[in-house]
Design a protein around this ligand. Structure first.
Ligand SMILES: *Cc1c(COP(=O)(O)O)cnc(C)c1O
Length: 341
């Protein structure tokens, strides 16, 4: 009795190939919950797209792609001496952002090969990486490692070209891995620097860039007629008017009604986040479920695997076994099944 993600296969695949065409050198990013689609599925899709490299977020995620994708695997979390050892040999490219890690990696990787690394720049994101002077210096004097290029991870938004230009001048490299550059910014940089290879790392705009190809659906598991004043749920809340309480698949275990804090940057974004199921302080919350064309209120906050929503009398109620649409944030939702047509 699942929470399902339906993917319009032809439309989705069209978008993937178009995005790959628009972004020469594209490196698909497959991490976390796989943008709702699972990392394994994205790895197979990347293989189908024919790219030579995939990027994962963490070392444990390497295991999810290594059998499904035949090219190189770029790990975006920086390598640390306490990182779990991975023995996928030459296919793995490590991200390094500290001198001490550069010094420790060759020995940690064991005898034989020299590990492949990219050197990360500490951009205005201020997450990980070398400061500009450092990056320029370490790039010149590396032993026991093969440097694949430098990387910039930029904040969301635009106006990135100037920052990338500063890095190119300060710490030249033949290849730059870039995150969150728009493809017109990338085109501009490629035009200005024909001798530099840019490799855009793209997740959201690739996998979720055509939202119309994706639809989340919940299954109606039960339906109970209720009268005004009756009590329901763990918290025994009183129902305000006559109607039906629907029990639908999708709860906190799936990430339903959980909102990542960074979603709420502006008042408009906050309103949208709330509409997508953030629980309001008042205790009453609009659910992300759509019944008879309208978003409905939670009868009480969602449970682990199901939610109780209230449909007032007068609205058309679905039957048990029917599916209803819901709006989700794909990066925080775990579906019971994904159906690609
Ligand atoms: C997650 C991540 C990406 C992909 O981000 P999207 O916004 O999903 O495209 C790119 N680069 C790095 C370093 C990341 O951590």
């Amino acid at each position: 009795m699942p929470l399902s993600l339906y993917v319009d296969g032809p439309r989705w695949r069209d978008h993937l190939t178009k995005t790959a065409d628009d972004n020469p050198g594209l490196i698909p990013v497959a991490k976390g919950n796989g943008y709702g689609l699972t990392v394994g599925r994205l790895a197979r899709r990347a293989e189908w797209l024919g790219v030579d490299t995939i990027a994962v977020g963490t070392y444990p995620e390497v295991a999810e792609v290594v059998q499904r994708f035949s090219g190189d695997i770029l790990v975006m979390e920086p390598w640390r001496p306490f990182s779990p050892g991975v023995s996928y040999g030459d296919r793995v490219i490590h991200t390094v952002g500290r001198r001490s890690d550069l010094a420790a990696l060759p020995a940690a990787a064991g005898p034989g090969g020299s590990p492949r690394v990219l050197l990360e720049a500490l951009t205005s994101m201020r997450r990980h990486g070398f400061a500009a002077d450092d990056l320029a210096q370490v790039g010149r004097s590396i032993r026991g490692l093969r440097v694949e290029g430098h990387a910039v991870h930029l904040p969301l938004g635009d106006g990135h070209v100037a920052e990338v230009e500063r890095w190119l001048a300060a710490a030249p490299a033949r290849r730059w891995f870039a995150s969150h550059l728009r493809h017109d910014e990338l085109d501009e940089l490629s035009r200005r620097h024909p001798d530099v290879e840019f490799r855009p790392r793209v997740g959201t705009a690739l996998w979720l860039g055509d939202r119309g190809a994706l639809q989340a659906m919940a299954t109606v598991l039960d339906a109970h007629r209720v009268r005004r004043g009756e009590q329901v749920g763990y918290r025994q809340r009183r129902i305000g008017r006559d109607g039906t309480v629907l029990i639908v698949s999708g709860g906190t275990a799936h990430g339903v009604a959980l909102v990542a804090p960074n979603a709420a940057a502006s008042p408009r974004a906050r309103a949208a986040a709330l509409a997508q199921g953030g629980l309001s302080a008042s205790g009453r919350a609009l659910s992300p479920y759509l019944v008879d064309g309208k978003q409905r209120w939670f009868a009480e906050p969602p449970h682990m695997q199901v939610s109780m929503i209230f449909v007032p009398s007068g609205a058309t109620c679905p039957d048990v076994g029917d599916e209803v649409k819901l709006q989700v944030r794909f990066t925080t939702t775990t579906f019971d099944r994904v159906v690609v047509s």
